[in-house]
Design a protein around this ligand. Sequence first.
Ligand code: GRF
Length: 212
Amino acid sequence: MASVSPSLVSPFIPTDSHSSSKPVKLGIMASGSGSNFEAVAQAIEDGQLNAEIQVLIYNNPDAYAAVRADTRNVKAVLINHREYKHREELDKQIVETLLAHGVEWVIMAGWMRLVTQVLIDAFPKKMINIHPSLLPSFKGVRAIEQAIKAQVKITGCTVHLVSLEMDSGEIIMQAAVPVIPEDTPETLHKRIQIQEHRILPAAIQLVVNSYQ
Ligand code: GRF
């Protein structure tokens, strides 16, 4: 990625980090606004990420992520968790949909559901999540509120591999964001998202390259 500061983002990514091999086939999962979906799509369009988005899976009928997918001609599939009695059944449907679309790597970009072994087994070490804190601090929901409450001066975001334990898989990349005294959860989230949109595509390229 262009001009990623080594002092803010770890590890440092050289600008020629993307290989000339076949584009990797991504499946993106999102529950809400989908700004991270957009960042990945834009990085692909800009030639910074050598990938194709095969499908977006979303679980909330009114998720704006689906609108973004339509605009970019990416197929969007609603899999509403409310229609499934058990989490395993939900994940089974998700796995079938991802495999039917030829997905190789799964990107959880604001997917607000816990995953089960069903999903992990289908994509071993090939699922990535983005979380709005410097893990292992502030796992789980309301990570930004947790950071403000703890009065930390620096927080940030983390891209990591997905494991069964929430927000605990191997860390791929992080970016730091200062917390200022006037911050509300909304203002801090906005600044964290600027970094999320930089490191998510870079982390995908990094981790995919390491498998090639
Ligand atoms: C991001 O802040 C991400 O860290 C968290 O959920 C948010 C999703 O944002 N897991 P968006 O839907 O990509 O805009």
